[in-house]
Write a protein that binds this ligand. Structure first.
Ligand code: NAP
Length: 807
């Protein structure tokens, strides 16, 4: 049998129901390539889930899809376990619920996903799933039965309650099976009166006639357990007669099925490269259409995160946040559904309970609590950063909640969309907040009155421009439903419409930005494209062809980090600066006298698609360290909106080259001032702006282990440098900051001695590899030590002398 290698993509979505299609569209909006595999050869004609709740309407509105469904009717009344209740909540313009046939919702989402470029392959039944460290491979039986293999970075099971993906991934699905059964059908050609949760002595009957004359019928005979076989029309006719005494046998069923009060939830919504959404993640009785709404909201929570991760614009932990956020919501909804199932399907034994519940429901606190869960409007995602600048601390009340739809007056001027010039503070047009989210990008909504604040907050978001748009607007005015976010100068909105942060301080904003997004990697990706040989194996590379899958952006290990390399105008400092920039860091190229050389280094970094800037300071001279940090902090602030420094490489140094008997006190002091004293005070200053998890590397020398009487003072200074690692490591461990020494052997630099072949041969003989070191040999060691891979190394001495110290 031949296996058709059907190619590779970023994400395979299994299941083209509403959840799979919504997810496919969201992934495409985020730039991810997606293939949807669907078992059915054609879309279903059965309209099972037909209720849209308020939050789902808001989500569809955000993507510009709501209007295509028409105008939501004024249908505020829903129910809790069959007890009528008003589902409306303040701050939401939509009615309690909207009956839309699932076929219509599916058609709308399918057309949208296709317009955005999602590829839906029907008639594909998934048969196998492999997970590898760098990819997942899905095998399916195609329309002709031939096996098809697709490689992807991630696979998402949206394949319903009996999810094949969940089973193949081995995700456990704890909970309880159905104990009670409802048979339901759409029946044509019958004329029975409408019944809304009518409880009769022998069971529950529901009937609703649609405008097209078809009647949706549901029936439960009290105490009836689920059947093993598929429900038939005859079963429905029997049960209806048993409960109501009426005969439906003259009708024509369009479809019939049965469902029960199953309640199960996947233990993990993510397992490695496999994720679950919709009914594949949670099986529940479809009371009041909550299953569909829960699933669509899963898709909108996951879509932007997964797209950001595969596109290199989001940290991988976003995928874990999908589980954390949606599993908690699912748990709450499922518990409400279990309570409703009890109230609805229980026989006479629940009559007392129903009466008490019926008395409690009119209380506003009870009603709004239940309406909040059913509508999806009360969701508050946790784990978002606090705003340090907020009086009393703690997150702003909006944090983690959906941004209610607001009408805003846009402001032109310097901070509007980050543009320069204009007439500060002039309002010129209005926008609805849902429209800002049309493209599923993050939005920083800046509403500060003060222009300097607006500028600062706007600048802070600058490095996140690949993921976040900045919109400046006047604070919303108006009634209680569109009240401004009190006490906030800006609101950071995630692409799914939830508030990541609201507050006043640039530091708080920066923390939120780095939690949910990564700094712009466009420059880095350009660099990676030019250097195919240096690319790291990526889950987004097709392992069969080696070609890039879709739009590739390879993340460097240091993307989003800032670094200072002292003495980076030449030698190994230069090589290190260039290497760290290639890994994605924004690099400060420090120099003392070589302004042109430093400018050349920056130019080369930028040519390679990286980011860097030069900063001058004479180390060892009074005020040198101070000057260095003045220049560094100003430049960092300009480029990132903050002064945070993640990586420090103390590389600048001077040799002695003077015999001990000729060394003057001035020469000795100079060597110590540049090589030992300056690094100490640079570390002291750097620690004030270095966040937890930072990295420090000090360049020592093999001469701390290898005798050379001409360099005693120099070797002493390097011996002192090594003490920095030992003692600071202990001090900085609790902050997760590592500090290590790297000791090069003889390494090529601009010293003319490297132009003398005999001298080079002699020096090469000191290394066991019989060559002199190249600056890149050292840069690679430093790049490792400052990466996350070296998180477990601190206080250590790394011999990078090419084996010179072996003796
Ligand atoms: P290099 O080519 O000699 O360059 C030295 C760098 O340090 C230059 O960027 C220079 O800046 C800067 N610098 C020197 N004195 C300074 C001062 N007073 N203030 C500020 N910056 C100053 O360096 P390298 O040979 O690559 O050595 C780098 C480090 O490795 C040094 O710490 C050195 O001791 C150590 N090391 C070198 C070797 C080797 O064989 N090369 C072996 C072991 C250890 P300007 O040019 O702009 O003035």
């Amino acid at each position: 049998m031949t296996v058709n290698v059907a190619g590779a993509t970023d994400v395979v979505v299994v299941g083209a129901g509403p959840v799979g299609l919504m997810l496919a569209g969201e992934l495409r909006l985020g730039g991810a390539d997606v293939v949807v595999l669907e078992r059915l050869a054609a879309p279903t004609t059965e309209s099972r889930a037909s209720t849209l709740h308020a939050r789902t309407m808001e989500i569809l509105d955000q993507r510009g899809l709501l209007a295509d469904l028409g105008t939501p009717p004024d249908e505020p009344m829903g129910h809790f376990g069959g007890l009528p209740m008003d589902l409306r909540l303040p701050g939401c313009p939509y009615p309690g619920q909207w009956k839309v046939p699932q076929t219509r919702t599916e058609e709308l989402l399918g057309a949208w996903a296709a317009r955005l470029g999602a590829e839906v392959r029907r008639g594909h039944r998934v048969t196998a799933l492999e997970q590898h460290p760098d990819r997942a491979v899905v095998q399916a039986a195609g329309p002709g039965g031939d096996p098809v293999r697709i490689t992807a970075a991630y696979v998402v099971g949206c394949d319903g309650e009996d999810s094949t993906v969940r089973r193949l991934a081995g995700v456990s699905f704890p909970g309880s099976d159905a104990r009670r059964e409802l048979i339901r059908a759409d029946v044509d050609g019958i004329d029975i009166r409408g019944r809304r949760f009518e409880r009769l002595p022998r069971g529950l009957a529901i009937a609703a006639r649609r405008p097209d004359g078809v009647t949706r019928v549901m029936v439960h005979a009290f105490g009836r357990a689920p059947r093993a076989a598929e429900a038939s029309f005859a079963d429905l006719v029997d049960a209806w007669r048993h409960v109501t005494g009426e005969d439906l046998s003259a009708g024509t069923p369009l479809w019939v099925n049965a469902f029960g009060d199953v309640s199960r939830q996947a233990e993990h919504y993510r397992q490695g490269r496999v994720l679950l959404a919709g009914d594949a993640a949670h099986a529940q009785m479809p009371i009041g259409g909550q299953a569909l709404n829960l699933g669509l909201q899963d898709a909108v929570n996951l879509g932007w995160k997964l797209a950001a991760v595969v596109g290199g614009r989001g940290p991988e932990r976003l995928l874990d946040s999908y589980h954390e956020e949606r599993h908690a919501v699912g748990r709450q909804v499922l518990s409400g559904i279990r309570a409703q199932a009890r109230l609805l399907l229980g026989g006479p034994e629940v009559t007392g309970l129903r009466e008490v519940f019926g008395e409690l429901l009119p209380y506003e606190a009870v009603r709004s609590r239940l309406a909040g869960t059913i509508s999806g409007l009360d969701i508050r995602y946790g784990g978002t950063p606090t705003d340090a600048g907020r009086p009393g601390g703690g997150p702003h009340p909006l944090t983690g909640r959906r941004l209610p739809p607001l009408l805003l007056r846009l402001r032109s001027g310097p901070a509007a969309y980050g543009a320069e010039g204009g007439d500060p503070g002039t309002d010129h047009s209005s926008v609805r907040t849902p429209d800002l989210l049309r493209g599923a990008r993050g939005v920083l909504l800046v509403t500060a009155d003060d222009e300097d604040r607006r500028r600062l907050l706007t600048r802070t978001a600058g490095p996140f421009g690949a993921s976040v748009d900045v919109v400046t607007a006047a604070p919303p005015a108006g009634g209680p439903d569109d009240s401004p976010p009190d006490g906030a100068d800006a609101v950071l909105i995630r692409p799914d419409g939830y508030v990541a942060w609201a507050g006043t301080s640039a530091a708080g904003l920066e923390a939120a930005l780095t939690t949910w997004f990564t700094r712009d990697t466009r420059a880095l990706s350009a660099a990676s494209k030019r250097r195919p040989a240096e690319r790291h194996p990526s889950p987004t590379t097709d392992p069969y062809t080696g070609s890039h899958i879709g739009r590739r952006e390879n993340m460097g290990k240091l993307t989003g980090k800032t670094a200072l390399v002292t003495g980076a105008s030449r030698g190994m400092g230069r090589a290190t600066a260039e290497r760290l920039a290639r890994e994605g860091a924004l690099v400060a190229v420090h120099y003392a006298t070589g302004a042109d050389a430093a400018a050349e280094v920056v130019e080369r970094i930028e040519k390679d698609g990286g980011r860097g800037f030069a900063v001058q300071a004479e180390l060892g001279a009074p005020g040198g360290v101070h000057d260095l940090f003045l220049g560094l902090e100003a430049a960092l602030k300009e480029r990132t909106g903050a002064t945070e420094l993640n990586i420090l490489v103390n590389n600048a140094g001077v040799m002695g080259g003077v015999a001990p008997e000729d060394t003057t006190p001035e020469q000795f002091d100079r060597i110590f001032a540049v090589n030992a004293k300056a690094p100490f005070f640079i570390i002291q200053r750097a620690l004030a702006i270095m966040p937890d998890g930072g990295r420090i590397v000090n360049i020592s020398s093999g001469l701390t282990r290898f005798a050379n009487p001409d360099e005693i003072a120099y070797a002493m200074s390097k011996g002192a440098v090594e003490m920095l690692a030992l003692h600071f490591a202990k001090l900085l461990g609790p902050r997760g900051i590592t500090i290590n020494s790297v000791a090069p052997g003889i390494t090529r630099n601009s010293n003319p001695v490297f132009d003398v072949p005999e001298a080079v041969t002699a020096m090469a003989g000191l290394s066991t590899f019989n060559r002199v070191g190249e600056p890149e040999d050292i840069a690679d060691v430093v790049a490792f030590l400052v990466s996350d891979d070296a998180r477990w190394i601190t206080g250590s001495f790394v011999d990078a002398s090419g084996g010179t110290l072996l003796g």
